[in-house]
Write a new protein. Structure first.
Ligand SMILES: Cc1ncc(COP(=O)(O)O)c(C=O)c1O
Length: 468
């Protein structure tokens, strides 16, 4: 079957566009983009893979190192995507590569639920990093699965306490993954028509203060804001004591605005009062992205269950749910296990990755470098205040919110054009359907590469605006 052809920037079938030759210490663009020598592979990708897997910029990633990504035609990008906020310790850190290589040589490349030293070593390490009430590790392969597991376990626990304690609360605008349960816990997804029988017991609280320009911006009483969300639910027949868990994406990755501390603390108090599990989804914010091991530390509250993934290995697929034994250990043998969860190679990568985060002091670096990003983005905003609405962020997770010059409304298409021009200038960005430019480089990025990359985004914005 032929793939749908499109010239929309961001698909793999993009026509090559002329670029200005760029050769700096960190960026090298010496061909038109997409590079002519990569067009055949991009076309095959578009033919073999669904468009949902072909919507990143049309660059054939050949190799990567630290904070840089290369194609095979001599081009090199500063990576501000971290391959979907994953490569916290950088692409292919030598210590991670070595650990994977060494472990691979012992031939233990499949494990399922049999015991191994590497898995138990990693679990011990994770429990040392997690708060003391976390006693067990439930390994999975991807972030969506950990959220599924949290959903399942929360209901299991709730319904053992009271057969009707199965309601799940979550937040509008959260993202928790694409599997059937996780997508419904994700904000807004439950309304999708393909969900023929959406779970009627998953409810979305309004997202407090995360959406610039909404009514919540004026709110100062966050406990009251929560109480009114809960009261709305009660009117719809959802009693607080019947709630099994409340999910929260620690910092909504698409917006990079932390929740108001008072809101999260009120949520914690409410959860305690009604014996509800508070589940923090740390898949994106865990392992230093925001300048602390876990993002929930910014709020000073207990996280009953912690979903982790992505930055746990900075590389191979691995995810886990951390929590107390009386929740994590609720299921009977045979109830849920998956073949690849806690894969030994991924465990080796995770252990090396955690060593790197510690030994290279990368987590405090995220705080320091985050200040550089804030400063540089604010400068850009001053230059382009008509189109950059604001530049929220924390640690090395920031976004620039793009608005239409004339209407002042969020502008998805303009953001797309800015991103594409930046890619043509040697800055790898993540393509999304949001009116934002997301800046989430590996924590190993150098200060001058950060500054250079943001400045190149400024050049890209200027170039697009000149054509408007
Ligand atoms: C906060 C959050 N939760 C869950 C997920 C889903 O993780 P995965 O893509 O590994 O299934 C993501 C992925 O972007 C995420 O950012």
């Amino acid at each position: 079957m032929n793939a749908t052809t499109s010239s929309t920037p961001g698909t793999f079938l993009h026509e090559p566009e002329q670029t200005q030759r760029i050769e700096t210490r960190y960026r090298r663009i010496v061909t038109s983009i997409p590079a002519p020598g990569t067009l055949d592979k991009l076309a095959l990708s578009a033919e073999f893979f669904p468009r949902v897997n072909c919507c990143q910029p049309p660059v054939l990633w050949d190799r990567a190192d630290g904070f840089q990504v290369y194609d095979c035609e001599g081009n090199c990008w500063i990576d501000f995507s971290s391959a979907a906020a994953m490569t916290i310790s950088g692409h292919g850190h030598p210590a991670v590569r070595e650990a994977v290589k060494q472990h691979g040589e012992n031939g233990l490349l499949a494990q399922f639920n049999y015991a191994s030293e590497i898995r138990v070593t990693l679990a011990k390490r994770l429990l040392e990093l997690a708060p003391p009430h976390c006693e067990m590790v439930y390994f999975w392969t991807c972030g969506s699965e950990t959220n599924e597991a949290a959903l399942r376990l929360a209901r299991e626990r709730g319904m053992r306490m009271d057969p009707e304690k199965y309601h799940i609360l979550t937040h509008t605008g959260d993202y928790h993954g694409w599997t059937l349960g996780a997508t419904q816990v994700s904000g807004g997804s439950a309304a999708k028509p393909w969900l023929t029988s959406p779970d009627p017991y998953i409810h979305h609280l309004p997202a407090a203060g995360t959406e610039h320009g909404n009514a919540a911006d004026d709110v100062t009483d966050w406990a009251g804001f929560l109480a009114s969300g809960i009261a709305d639910l009660r009117q719809r027949g959802v009693e607080a004591d019947k709630v099994a868990a409340v999910f929260i994406e620690t910092i909504q990755g698409g917006r990079a605005v932390p929740w108001p501390i008072e809101y999260v603390r009120a949520l914690r108090r409410w959860a305690d009062a009604h014996d509800v599990l508070l589940v923090f989804d740390e898949v994106q914010t865990g392992f230093g992205r925001t300048g602390t091991w876990f993002g929930f530390e910014h709020y000073g509250v207990r996280a009953d269950l912690i979903c982790i993934g992505k930055g746990l290995t900075s590389s191979l697929p691995l995810a886990a749910l951390l929590g107390p034994a009386n929740v994590i250990d609720l299921l009977e043998p045979g109830q849920i296990a998956t073949t690849h969860a806690g894969h030994p190679l991924s465990c080796a990568a995770a252990l090396a990755n955690l060593d790197v985060l510690e030994s290279e002091g990368l987590i405090p670096e995220a705080v320091r470098k985050g200040k550089i990003v804030s400063r540089e983005l604010q400068t850009l905003q001053t230059c382009f205040s008509g189109v950059i609405e604001d530049t929220p962020g924390i640690g090395l997770l920031h976004v620039m919110r793009i608005r239409n010059l004339k209407t002042g409304q969020p502008d998805v298409e303009l953001a797309r054009q800015f991103r594409w021009e930046a890619v043509k200038r040697g800055v790898m960005l993540m393509q999304t359907e949001m009116p934002t430019i997301k800046i989430c480089p590996p924590l190993v990025i150098s200060d001058d590469a950060l500054i250079e990359g943001i400045s190149a985004i400024g050049d890209a914005i200027e170039a697009v605006l000149q054509t408007c």
